[in-house]
Design a protein around this ligand. Structure first.
Ligand SMILES: [Zn+2]
Length: 266
């Protein structure tokens, strides 16, 4: 989700996921509750969660405002296959062993908005300029291992989802109001939404007021918020294309920490 900084804060829905531990039993008979919680907290810190984002209440460990973390979930975060990734990433990522080419397919309505259409080309070029383990291509085209539909929504923001099953999220929504902003702003918003689709959380997810002027902590949102090594743990205005809110002066280009994050993950 991306909003202009004068809009109200968005609220991410919390769903069942590894962090919320829905349907799983995280108890471990070999550990007493206090030792168990100490291990969970230790695992969370090692996985990159800021210490002030971790809370113990009624004998359970929480991260963010409302996501209970089980011992099993905290251990999963540290497994080698779970590449620890500021910027912040979701627990699930795109599997580059199977996804080498991601095709972005704009709807005809999307294509009818000149600056949205130009912004899409520039956003794709942003990813392809980094020599990542996957390429992106504007569809319709062939050889796609995964597809993302680019469609329109009302307003001047955007929305997308997060990867699952090793594939990027299948849709990005871009506000048609952005057609009256610069091509660079369109490039920024589309690059940002594609960033969510491949697993990036907001760089200021823990305090949206950094880029939005108001708003709080998005928490783990059921998808995880794992710090990417080599990037700052603290967000700044203009410091990342993945900040929650954008300005009308955005250039659409990666920042140095964005590049670090992408090169680390992919
Ligand atoms: Zn966003």
């Amino acid at each position: 989700m991306l909003k202009t900084m004068f809009k109200g804060a968005a609220v991410l829905a919390v769903s069942c996921g590894v962090l919320s531990g829905c349907g799983t039993d995280g108890t471990d008979a070999q550990l007493d509750p206090q030792a168990e919680n100490e291990e969970i907290i230790s695992n969370l810190v090692e996985a990159g969660f800021p210490a002030d984002d971790i809370m113990v209440a009624d004998g359970l460990v929480y991260v963010g405002r409302d996501a209970h973390v089980t011992l099993e979930a905290s251990r999963e975060m540290l497994r080698p296959s779970e590449v620890s990734a500021e910027q912040y990433r979701t627990t699930n990522l795109v599997s580059t062993s199977t996804v080498k080419k991601i095709c972005i397919n704009p709807t005809s309505t999307f294509n009818s908005y000149t600056r949205l259409s130009q912004g899409l080309d520039l956003a794709i070029a942003n990813y392809n300029g980094l020599g990542l383990a996957f390429t992106m291509a504007r569809g319709p085209t062939t050889g796609c291992n995964a597809n993302i539909t680019a469609q329109t929504m009302s307003g001047t923001g955007g929305s997308a989802g997060f990867p699952s099953g090793g594939k990027p999220y299948g849709t990005i929504n871009i506000g048609t109001g952005l057609n009256s902003y610069s091509v660079d702003v369109n490039e920024h918003v589309i690059t940002h939404e594609l960033g969510h689709a491949v697993g990036f959380r907001h760089s200021d997810y823990y305090n949206r007021s950094i880029s939005c002027g108001s708003g709080g902590n998005e928490g783990s949102a059921g998808v995880g918020a794992i710090h990417i090594p080599g990037t700052p743990t603290t967000a700044t205005v203009g410091g990342s294309i993945m900040n929650s809110c954008f300005r009308s002066t955005e250039t659409g280009e990666w920042t140095s920490s964005d590049i670090t994050a992408l090169n680390y993950l992919y």
